[in-house]
Ligand binder design. Structure first.
Ligand SMILES: CC(C)(COP(=O)(O)OP(=O)(O)OC[C@H]1O[C@@H](n2cnc3c(N)ncnc32)[C@H](O)[C@@H]1OP(=O)(O)O)[C@@H](O)C(=O)NCCC(=O)NCCS
Length: 154
């Protein structure tokens, strides 16, 4: 199966937290098979003082879009909250849930995205390769031409 139906997805643990962050499941989003989009869990990243500082997504499925461009785990921290390593902590917080679904997953970043690269490398994810972004992928339209791929064993 390359992408499960939303009904077949596992239930995340009630509490996912680590260090200064707690993850709050905001929604489970259905895939769009015709575009290679798989279902994903969208968690908000909540800091110790209760601020919503960003999000982390866990995509379940193995289409070309996921394997080459999006990766299974993606994160973003709002600009005003960057600089505290919240994305790294969020990855560590989500690790037990990811591990309950797959032994290892792919995380990608654009080569010039140094904050993302550093975050992924500090997770001890292993660099796999750098691959071309297919011209039909939405990431190409956004300007990405290559992706660095890492294998993360959470
Ligand atoms: C990637 C992102 C989530 C990281 O946010 P964050 O958790 O606040 O990360 P930080 O700013 O604390 O930086 C993490 C590490 O990268 C380093 N870093 C940050 N910006 C850097 C830069 N321009 N050059 C080199 N290193 C940089 C930091 O020094 C830190 O390293 P350290 O752990 O050794 O101190 C955030 O920059 C972001 O949301 N970017 C836009 C969305 C995005 O690119 N998402 C990832 C897609 S794969």
């Amino acid at each position: 199966m390359t992408a499960p139906l939303t009904d077949d997805l596992p239930t995340p643990p009630e509490t996912l937290s680590l260090g200064e962050v707690t993850l709050r499941l905001a929604r489970v989003v259905s895939g769009e098979p015709s575009r290679g989009f798989v279902p994903y869990f969208h968690f908000r990243i909540i800091a110790a003082d209760g601020s919503d500082v960003g999000h982390i997504n866990f995509r379940v499925g193995d289409t070309e879009h996921v394997r080459v461009c999006a990766g299974h785990v993606g994160f973003e921290i709002a600009e005003s909250f960057r600089g505290h390593g919240y994305a790294l902590q969020a990855c560590r917080a989500i690790a037990p849930f990811v591990r309950s679904v797959c032994e290892a997953v792919t995380i990608t970043c654009d080569p010039d995205n140094l904050a993302s690269r550093r975050t992924i490398e500090r997770l001890d994810a292993q660099f796999v390769d750098e691959v071309a972004v297919p011209a039909h992928d939405p990431h190409y339209q956004r300007g990405s031409r290559t992706k660095r791929r890492y294998r993360w064993t959470p």
